[in-house]
Write a protein that binds this ligand. Structure first.
Ligand SMILES: NC(=O)c1ccc[n+]([C@@H]2O[C@H](COP(=O)([O-])OP(=O)(O)OC[C@H]3O[C@@H](n4cnc5c(N)ncnc54)[C@H](O)[C@@H]3O)[C@@H](O)[C@H]2O)c1
Ligand SMILES: [Zn+2]
Ligand SMILES: [Zn+2]
Length: 350
């Protein structure tokens, strides 16, 4: 089979490798589409080294159809559509025992800690697989993983139908949070970014989404003005750095200043630098800070909302390239982030 191999950092090659055998107790999947993640961009540059080793088959966001069912596997048939959950946790560490599987001390992902799904075939155990109804388009199946990140954040923050919300960051994660939030509430969602192209996506697909360009207007002031000085119930941070904009605040502080009394801030950005926060601003409001990491079990919820049409995954898709053009996909994401959110890679759509 062909696979997108990260042969050395910054270089993906489309190469022949041995097609995996369908092992007993596993299901052989013919990959239809893969999807480049922000983490893949870091892996590509070698920033996950030594956790990642080269050469490796990249890809933890992908979907496919069942090509062969291994001995002893029940409940799967050739042709079934499938969304693989790439996350593996141990089930034994203190975090797992408390039910905080995303915080597992030995959390591993296929496509990061071992070979992934940017290839034509992969064999996986059924415990990692979610069945997707046949009528869901293959392109949308590849987006189940990233949509589940947004759904997990929405669940961690406990979004309710009467909540107003701000999402700081209209990138891959921020837009997935918007999608997830819209499965619960039709209320106002403010979305803050510095790229007008990205800010345009939310309002194009959803009603009642107010874009704010943090380089052109003060997001906290605008949110206060449009909520009758109250502020929002929940603020999500999905930027990933703590740099202030001239005359403004850093994204975490912006979130804290935007919430109302008793509000919540849910932080997802994985910036390495500290985000200076005056806790008094949060304490005065008796606000809560929550964090959210990857997902756990939200695949089922995402698939249900793909079926009932409440999620609009086309909002995330910027381009579709052939699998052999994986390297080009990384270059486009680096060169032109304004116009590229999710780039899909076609590994075998029919
Ligand atoms: N917690 C999790 O489970 C999880 C999962 C995936 C990614 N992440 C992290 O979430 C963060 C966002 O990831 P992404 O893939 O969406 O990245 P992204 O680059 O696609 O999105 C970030 C967005 O923030 C915008 N931005 C930059 N500076 C800003 C500012 N000062 N104010 C407002 N907006 C600003 C950018 O223009 C961009 O659109 C990263 O730190 C990533 O590592 C977390
Ligand atoms: Zn991802
Ligand atoms: Zn564990």
């Amino acid at each position: 089979m062909k696979a997108s191999i990260l042969s050395e950092y910054n270089k993906v090659e489309w190469k022949d490798v041995e097609t995996p055998k369908c092992k007993p107790g596993e299901v052989l999947i013919k990959v239809t589409y893969g999807c480049i993640c922000g983490s893949d961009q870091h892996i590509h540059k070698g920033e996950f080294h030594p956790r990642t080793k080269v050469p490796m088959i990249m890809g933890h966001e992908f979907g496919g159809t069942v090509a062969e069912v291994g001995k002893g596997v029940a409940g799967w048939e050739v042709g079934d559509k499938v969304a693989p959950d790439p996350i593996m946790w141990c089930g034994e560490c203190p975090a797992c025992k408390k039910g905080h599987y995303p915080a597992c001390t030995s959390l591993k992902l296929i496509g990061i800690d071992s070979d992934g799904g940017f290839c034509e075939y992969i064999s996986l155990p059924p415990s990692m697989l979610y069945k997707v109804p046949a009528h869901i388009p293959d392109k949308h199946v590849a987006l189940v993983e990233v949509l589940s990140i947004g759904c997990h954040a929405k669940n961690r923050a406990g979004v309710q139908a009467n909540d107003t919300i701000v999402i700081w960051g209209a990138g891959k994660v921020g837009l997935c949070i918007l999608e997830a939030v819209r499965t619960v509430t039709e209320n106002t969602v403010f979305i803050v970014d510095i790229l007008d192209e990205r800010l345009a996506i939310g309002p194009e697909y959803y009603e009642n989404v107010i874009p704010i360009n943090a380089e052109k207007e003060n997001p906290v002031e605008k949110i206060k003005k449009l909520t009758g000085r109250k502020g929002v119930d929940i603020a999500f941070e999905a930027v990933g750095h703590a740099h202030e904009i001239d005359g403004g605040v850093n994204p975490v502080v912006g979130c804290i200043q935007s919430i109302s009394g008793g509000g919540k801030v849910c932080v997802l950005g994985l910036g390495a630098e500290p985000a200076p926060v005056v806790f008094k601003e949060l304490i005065w409001k008796e606000g809560t800070i929550i964090t959210s990491r990857v997902s756990h079990g939200e695949f089922a919820e995402v698939i249900e909302h793909l079926e009932n049409g409440r999620l609009k995954p086309d909002a995330l898709i910027s381009k579709v390239l052939h699998g052999s053009e994986t390297q080009k996909g990384f270059e486009l994401l680096d060169e032109n982030p304004a116009e590229n959110i999710k780039i899909l890679l076609d590994f075998g759509s029919e």
